[in-house]
Design a protein around this ligand. Structure first.
Ligand code: XIL
Length: 358
């Protein structure tokens, strides 16, 4: 679990001057006792507050274009204690030309998170998708690509050193059947690109928690088995791997991954942290009361699964509102995947998460 600076966080936005003074005195131990405790009980707790009582975080992804929406950023800043940039730290955004780096999008989100005293899960360094054209439009020798990959990883990780809690170092490395995905990195460098990437990232920021991250790995099965075997091997070789991220892009029509808790537990036993990193629960539209109720049950169950496994460090939603979900654009006819609706009103799923965290 991250040592959270927000454990005793005083939510400044909700306090007037008198309130801020009182809170300071309470924090300093100057006042307290039953009255202060009663006040505490009546304060509506955020998902982050509730998760912190279990030594977990509760996070959301966000993206730069949304940050002009102040109704949106108010909830983002209040309800969560972990933030992931949805796109701003990806390769196409950070190295649009070879050797020319642009961290402005990621920086904007890191700065906002810092202002809200939130931590950052950084995403992602090595992925086959959203690569810049200069990288995908030509052939590379192994030596060339190794140098390009090392420079990308180390320049970006160094830039965010000390500012991020964790990195998704390699994203989506396996196929559904547990074979390696034939990415440009795998095809050119072989499977060793994963250990190399972890070592390079560790050199550049020895304190960041380094993760492998993927989708459809929530249940025990061929794909999560491949990660389990790889993680075991990497640990045995002393490669700096600290966590396994399960994206958890779930869909009502495909059924709930009932072995999630068992799966989290086996990675814990390897000495790894686990996290649910990109949670959403999509459905075939239109959303009905029944589907929203089932969705709420799934959010409850996945939250409880994380709480049940000691080294599951937290849950991140892939943005918190249907207003900014990636689902409708990528899965036509599907949506309504998040705990807040398009009007930023909490849905049954939101209340189910709160209940699970109580
Ligand atoms: C998605 C973003 O949310 C979209 O805005 C973008 O167009 C495509 O990528 N798995 C991941 C994330 O690891 O980076 C993806 O994010 C969603 C699937």
């Amino acid at each position: 679990m991250p040592s959270t600076s927000r454990t005793s966080r005083i939510p400044r936005a909700r306090l007037g001057l008198a309130g801020a003074l009182a809170a300071l005195l309470v924090a300093a131990g100057a006042v307290g006792g039953p009255a202060a405790q009663a006040g505490e009980q009546h304060r509506p707790k955020t998902l982050a507050d509730l998760a912190q009582r279990h030594g977990r975080y509760f996070g959301s992804a966000t993206d730069n274009p949304e940050l002009t929406d102040t109704a949106y950023t108010t909830i983002l800043g209040r309800e969560f204690d972990m933030i992931t940039p949805g796109n701003g730290m990806k390769w196409y955004a950070t190295e649009p030309q070879q050797g020319v780096f642009d961290f402005s999008a990621g920086d904007e989100i890191v700065d906002l998170a810092r202002a809200n005293r939130q931590k950052v899960r950084a995403h992602t360094l090595v992925w086959h998708s959203q690569l810049p054209g200069w990288l995908t439009s030509r052939e590379w020798t192994a030596d060339e690509l190794r140098a390009v990959l090392k420079n990308h990883i180390q320049t970006e990780v160094r830039h965010y050193r000390g500012k991020v809690y964790a990195w998704d170092v390699v994203n989506e490395a396996f196929n559904e059947d547990g074979t390696y995905r034939e990415t440009v990195f795998y095809k050119t460098l072989g499977p060793g690109y994963i250990a190399d990437s972890l070592r390079w990232a560790h050199e550049a920021d020895p304190r960041a928690k380094l993760y492998l991250n993927d989708y459809n790995v929530e249940a025990v099965g061929p794909k999560s088995d491949a990660y389990y075997a790889l993680a075991k091997e990497l640990k045995a070789q002393g490669v700096p791997l600290h966590g396994f991220g399960l994206q958890a892009h779930l869909a009502l029509q495909y059924g709930y991954p009932t072995t999630l808790e068992e799966n989290l537990r086996r990675f814990s036993r390897l000495g790894l942290d686990t996290a649910l990193t990109e949670v959403d629960v999509r459905m075939l539209l239109p959303a009905t009361e029944e589907k929203l109720a089932q969705q709420a049950d799934w959010y409850r169950d996945l939250t409880k699964a994380c709480l049940a496994v000691r080294r599951c460090v937290g849950v991140t939603l892939w943005d918190y509102t249907d207003k900014y979900s990636w689902i409708p654009a990528f899965f036509p006819g599907q949506g309504a995947a998040l705990p807040w609706d398009e009007q930023l009103t909490p849905k049954p799923a939101y209340h189910a998460i709160r209940k699970a965290l109580k």
